[in-house]
Design a protein around this ligand. Structure first.
Ligand code: TYD
Length: 211
């Protein structure tokens, strides 16, 4: 039996990492075998690439280099962690995946969706999410949450125009992939959002005959 691959997307400060963790815990309570992981990273080699790509001292990384670094980390992560878990019938919950590359590198960095998908085609090797939760918050809350962090990484120190392109990019992705991306408007507390996400996930598991 093949498992289920669920990813979380959203801008920095959207609270998606917390929601990914909550969902993993909720699904475990229902008895599922869940692997919670993240990108960039999720395995030793990919975590090393993460350090390079998020290091704000690396001011001279080209946009195209950045796209290949994320894809390289993803290739390792897919083959070392995600695919083996799915083959064992587990549920994989991943904080960010290929849509982050399309949004950040494709739209944010202006490399274009097609080029980013082409680079990533070889990295993901056909392993694409079954469901993606796209967490949206109003820009003020995201900004407040980002300001609560002590230090910002390289991707969090861009000019406003980058974030505008990024946000519009995510909306285009949502429009293009209505069947698999579920938008979640995080207007309430993180616990209220948790219940909304869990209810949707349960409905999908029931539809697929897994619950
Ligand atoms: P993340 O760990 O989600 O940071 P945070 O927890 O602070 O939101 O992601 C790190 C950064 O990497 C984030 O700014 C988004 C960026 N990113 C890309 O630009 N492309 C990608 O393919 C991925 C996975 C992340």
């Amino acid at each position: 039996m093949d498992g289920l691959f669920i990813t979380f997307e959203g801008a920095d400060g959207s609270g998606k990492s917390t929601q990914a963790r909550f969902l993993a815990e909720g699904l475990r309570e229902l008895g599922f075998d869940v692997v919670l992981t993240r990108e960039p990273g999720g395995c030793p080699v990919a975590e090393k690439i993460r350090d390079i790509v998020l290091d704000k001292n690396n001011t001279d990384i080209l946009d195209i280099t950045e796209a290949y670094l994320y894809a390289a980390a993803r290739a390792q992560h897919v083959h070392e962690v995600i695919l083996p878990a799915l083959k064992q019938g587990k549920i994989v919950v991943c904080d960010r995946f290929i849509h982050s590359s399309v949004a950040y590198q494709g739209y944010g960095r202006n490399l274009g969706k097609e080029r980013v998908l082409e680079i990533n085609k070889h990295a993901v090797d056909g392993c694409l999410p079954d469901i993606t939760f796209f967490i949206t918050v109003n820009p003020e809350s995201a900004f407040d949450r980002m300001n609560e962090q002590k230090e910002r990484d390289r991707l969090e120190t861009q000019e406003q125009a980058f974030y505008d392109r990024l946000f519009k990019g995510y909306l285009k992705i949502l429009e293009d992939e209505k069947d698999t991306i579920i938008p979640i408007e995080a207007k309430g507390t993180k616990f209220e959002t948790k219940e909304i996400v869990l209810a949707k996930a349960k409905a999908i598991l029931q539809e697929k005959g897994l619950l």
